[in-house]
Design a protein around this ligand. Sequence first.
Ligand code: ADP
Ligand code: MG
Length: 349
Amino acid sequence: MQDNPKNSKTKLTELGEFKLIDHLTTNFNITQASTKLSIGDDAAVVRHQDNTLISTDLLVEGVHFDLAYMPLKHLGYKAVIVNLSDIYAMNAEATQITVSIACSNRFTVEALEEIYAGIQKACEIYNVDLVGGDTTSSVKGLQISVTAIGVAEEENIVKRSGAKPNELLVVSGDLGAAYMGLQVLKRENEVFKVNPNNQPDLSPYAYIIERQLKPEARKDIPELLEKLEVKPTSMIDISDGLSSEILHLCNSSKVGVKLFEEKIPLDPMVISSCEEFELDSTTIALSGGEDYELLFTIKQDDFPKIKANPNLSVIGHMTSEDVGKHIITRAEQQIPLVARGWSSIPEQE
Ligand code: ADP
Ligand code: MG
């Protein structure tokens, strides 16, 4: 009889908390000069010459992720990415993270190793140091909280509140793919439950699935804008869907907006999968969420500097607040822009 691989897994209690932290973090390197003291003391020590930026996110199993279709390594990677995205959205450089984990005894040492492999990959790719965290048990499920630390010169920091009427609204990359990737994964998970021998061919959906399972943060966009000598007047990252992020910029900046439906950047695979799922691709881009693209405003004079760049799309312009917040459809209808979280999109039958 073959060994049941489950039997070879190591219970968390076999290692104990201190050995576990050591075990999980031993391969992490420190690369940032600003990291003065890392894991192993009561607090990490970081010295930045300029402003320090801090951002935290908490991911809860069953609310923010489902381990039925989220591999643990990807989960670790994504937990870091969503936080780095917030630092880049301030036009800052991310330098350190801390990671806090609560998990039930259903998780093994090997499971946590997978999560930390993903965390380490993100640290290497984005050049951030893991400098601390906390580890504890939970009654049920897995929770991961990441805090990202960054640095920026005062005059470079871009807030949500700086947009002015007539400025252009710009977005990086394309939208809606992460949500459509999730729809494919959910569908395949249902099929798998009915017939576990069914091996689905997911290769036609590679891009949208990758956008859901392995999103990237747009570290390159603040760097690109600096090179182009464009300083955004306001900026936010797209975690909850384009419409709600646009409304955040409008409300913080006290301006209105005209968004043009035909300008919203969509990957061909988003368009084809929306057709397959009978969803409207504009609705998905507006409400889908988890795209982690950057949304920002620029002065009209800066338009020539960005217009040829394939990473950036001008999707509208800001107006005075009293004009309101609207989307202009392809049929040239003007419709009020409303915030709808991704959870409010009707589920597919
Ligand atoms: P304390 O009792 O002071 O909270 P801990 O025993 O929780 O200390 O942590 C010891 C060291 O290990 C600290 O430097 C802490 O930042 C780090 N650490 C604890 N848990 C994690 C984790 N999940 N990931 C990374 N570092 C961690
Ligand atoms: Mg602790």
